[in-house]
Ligand binder design. Structure first.
Ligand code: ASP
Length: 322
């Protein structure tokens, strides 16, 4: 099997510096050495270190595009792809790749680690080996693999800063769990044909509107500037926000009328938005806010970027969301 491994940055390949951990340009060599030592692996690996290695907290939608274009350019040369990435924004990148390689007919596995590979007590090789194992099993599609769990790429959420299990899959069972062996969730095998769509991603066209006690229209005003075409509203509970402040609702309504697609996602972290179950949620529907149902906020944010990047009208973006 020919496996392409892209190292984009992130803790997995970081080393100490005076300012704290930074990505190491020599990481690809170290990883090659580790993989060569694992003699039960008989794959051809190509490991590519990106020219600009980043802490993934610096990632932007342009980086999702760069990774996708890189994979696309190597599509016919390789059987499987592993993306090594920082954990901070890994869930965003895996959601973006899921949309860009819809119904992928090859494995694309995104992983990283909580502790750098150079440390003795590290999860780096466990995660890399698990990702490779998922490729060997031929699980086609985009997934995030971490601490033994293979999570659908658009369902992952970074849920812990320091546990080995840094990711959760709040509203969807994992595709597989790797202990000594894999335990699989059975899935519908009939998949639509693969579709690769890598839009021209723009930075700053999607924002996040947090709801909190005492939130005021003036707090959101700056977030809904002219360049913004989409917004994720982080609501309470089953999709609620204060409905007693006319200025807040008027702001959402006017943004929505000028074509900003506003998607309602709960800040609960699990469960679904049931827009309209409460009067406080119905007011949002009246203001033109659409439901993100049980999406993570990462997936909602990425989906807006993706659909807007395709150049679709706001009506079409709304239609595809539902
Ligand atoms: N700040 C790091 C990054 O996201 C954290 C990690 O890799 O886990 O690149």
């Amino acid at each position: 099997m020919k496996i392409y491994i892209a190292y984009t940055g992130g803790t997995i390949g970081m080393v100490p510096s005076d300012q704290g951990l930074i990505p190491d340009a020599a990481f690809a060599d170290h990883l090659t050495q580790h993989l060569n030592e694992a003699d039960e692996l008989s794959h051809d690996f190509v490991i590519s270190s990106y020219p600009e290695l980043i802490d993934s907290s610096n990632a932007t939608p342009k980086d999702w595009q760069t990774i996708a274009r890189d994979i696309e350019s190597k599509w016919h040369e390789f059987d499987a792809f592993v993306v090594l990435h920082g954990t901070d924004t890994m869930a965003y990148t895996s959601a973006a790749l899921t949309l860009m390689f819809a119904h992928s007919d090859k494995p694309i596995i995104v992983t990283g680690s909580q502790v750098p590979m150079y440390k003795v007590r590290t999860d780096a090789m466990i995660n890399v080996m698990g990702a490779i194992s998922a490729c060997e099993e031929g699980v086609n599609g985009v997934y995030l693999f971490f601490a033994g769990r293979l999570i659908e790429g658009d369902r992952a959420h970074k849920a812990h800063t320091s546990d080995w299990q840094a990711f959760s899959s709040p509203n969807c069972p994992e595709r597989g769990v790797l202990g000594i062996d894999w335990r699989w969730r059975s899935v519908e095998l009939m998949k639509p044909p693969m579709q690769v769509l890598i839009p021209e991603m723009r930075e700053g066209c999607v924002t996040i509107l947090p709801v909190y006690p005492g939130v005021q229209a003036s707090h959101w005003q700056g977030l809904l500037g002219d360049s913004v075409k989409g917004a994720v509203l982080l609501s309470y509970g089953a999709g609620n926000a204060p409905d007693k402040d006319p200025a807040l609702l008027a702001l959402l309504k006017s943004a929505s009328e000028r074509g900003v697609v506003i998607v309602n996602v709960s800040q609960c972290g699990a469960g679904s938005v049931a827009a309209g179950a409460y009067a406080a949620g119905s007011a949002l529907v009246e203001a033109g806010v659409i439901s993100g149902t049980d999406m993570t906020y990462e997936a909602a944010f990425v989906t807006l970027n993706f659909l807007i990047g395709l150049g679709l009208s706001s009506e079409e973006v709304k239609r595809r969301f539902s």
